[in-house]
Design a protein around this ligand. Structure first.
Ligand code: ZN
Length: 417
């Protein structure tokens, strides 16, 4: 499932403010009640299971508050997630933790508690519904609003209501099912893509070096450090600050990966490719055994985004096993495979002497693997080839230069990436 977020300012009608403010307060109390219940000074005894917390607190919170059932559940989920991140910080990252504390300026809405209309929404409160009009930016072109709000393919799945300096904002989560029409490619040109945890995030068989993995990791480290410091201060607002910081970092990193994915797909288009070959995610995890959870998440997202974008252009995305893609010489029919061929960023074939950037060499091999798979899998795909910088190479290693004049420019190096 593809996820996007965007925020819209609200103009609350008919004195609904008081009801929303009361809902904020009761939602806060509900989340706090659950967090208090689940918390223990001994981290091993913290209860963060949603079902366990639900069973223990639901009836009580329903009685104590005027919240609708789905708000009680949403408050419980919010508390469960906060408790879960406490145990994760403690057990997996060895950090000091303190009991989650909630401020009263967040309410989580789902399809039962919010109704989206064209120019307004209605929101459940502690006493019936409140109507609020959207306040869109004057120029909505090229903003998330135009992309997600007006495109019916994006479903508004959930939302959180916030209040900042007296103004209400709705943070809307949009979802879209990636259509997985893997229509077969009879005879096709393949773009190979190699993913990395350092240096360039993605390198293509056509020699495009895209995204900066070190920059992404650095931004993540900065965020984690801030989060750790906040967690240790244990102040009243620390937990919600962590939450909004997490949202912001999540949006930023998704957007970054989104742009890299788009650049990959545009590269495939530029070289008239019918398919994009990527490494199998499970095997990337094995190959890069020191990849952090975040990096694994990033690869997964990147592949999702590539698959989704590619589909718009009718380009197939298929994964291949990445074994030996970094050790094999991709130069025409050579194919010599040896671990000493590669030394960091440099690939120099011990047999034929060909020198290439090692990620570029790997990307060519990823493409080659898909071509091999097609050739072996049988009929109809005899004329398939890998797209290279200035031509293509077929399954036998035969190179054909690009015939179109000027169709292959310099490697795509977007300064934004
Ligand atoms: Zn070689």
């Amino acid at each position: 499932m593809l996820n996007r977020n965007c925020e819209v300012k609200l103009d609350v009608l008919n004195d609904g403010d008081a009801l929303l403010d009361e809902t904020f307060e009761q939602f806060r109390e509900a989340a706090q009640y659950v967090a208090d219940y689940g918390w223990s000074d001994n981290p091993a005894n913290i209860i963060d299971s949603k079902s366990e917390l639900h069973d223990a607190t639901y009836e009580e919170v329903r009685e104590q508050t005027d919240l609708v059932a789905n708000h009680v559940q949403a408050a419980r989920s919010l508390a469960a997630e906060a408790l879960d991140s406490c145990t994760e910080l403690y057990f997996e990252e060895d950090q000091a933790i303190s009991k989650p504390t909630f401020r009263g300026t967040v309410v989580v809405y789902d399809s039962r508690t919010i109704t989206f209309n064209d120019d307004h929404c209605t929101l459940s409160t502690t006493d019936g519904r409140v109507t609020a009009e959207y306040v869109f930016p004057e120029d909505a072109s090229d903003t998330p609003f135009e992309t997600y709000w007006e495109d019916p393919a994006w479903e508004k799945s959930s939302a959180t209501l916030h209040k900042r300096e007296g103004t209400y904002y709705l943070h809307v989560n949009f979802q879209k099912e990636p259509e997985t029409d893997t229509s077969t490619v009879e005879n096709g040109t393949v773009l190979g893509v190699d993913f990395n945890v350092d240096g360039y995030l993605a390198v293509t068989s056509t020699g495009a070096f895209l995204g900066n993995a070190d920059f992404l990791t650095h931004k993540r480290d900065v965020y984690e450090r801030k989060r750790g410091n906040l967690q240790q201060t244990g102040t009243r607002s620390a937990h919600l600050t962590i939450q909004s910081m997490g949202d912001r970092f999540g949006n930023w990193s998704e957007d970054y990966l989104h742009r890299v994915a788009l650049a990959i797909v545009l590269e495939a288009r530029r070289h008239d490719c019918d398919a994009i070959a990527v490494e199998n995610l499970k095997q990337i995890r094995e190959r890069i055994s020191n990849a952090s959870k975040f990096q694994q998440w990033a690869f997964k997202k990147l592949q999702e985004f590539v698959a989704y974008k590619a589909e718009d252009y009718g380009i197939l995305v298929d994964d291949v096993k990445p074994q030996y893609t970094s050790q094999r010489c991709s130069h025409s029919e050579c194919g010599f495979t040896h671990e000493d061929n590669r030394d960091g960023d440099e690939f120099e074939c011990l047999k034929c002497g060909k020198e290439l950037h090692s990620d570029y060499n790997a990307a060519r091999n990823v493409g080659w693997r898909l071509v091999q798979h097609w050739l072996k899998s049988g009929a109809g795909r005899a004329n398939c080839q890998v797209a290279l910088k200035s031509g293509t190479v077929n399954g036998n290693g035969e190179f054909s230069p690009t015939t179109k004049s000027g169709s292959t420019g310099s490697p795509l190096t977007s300064p934004r990436l």
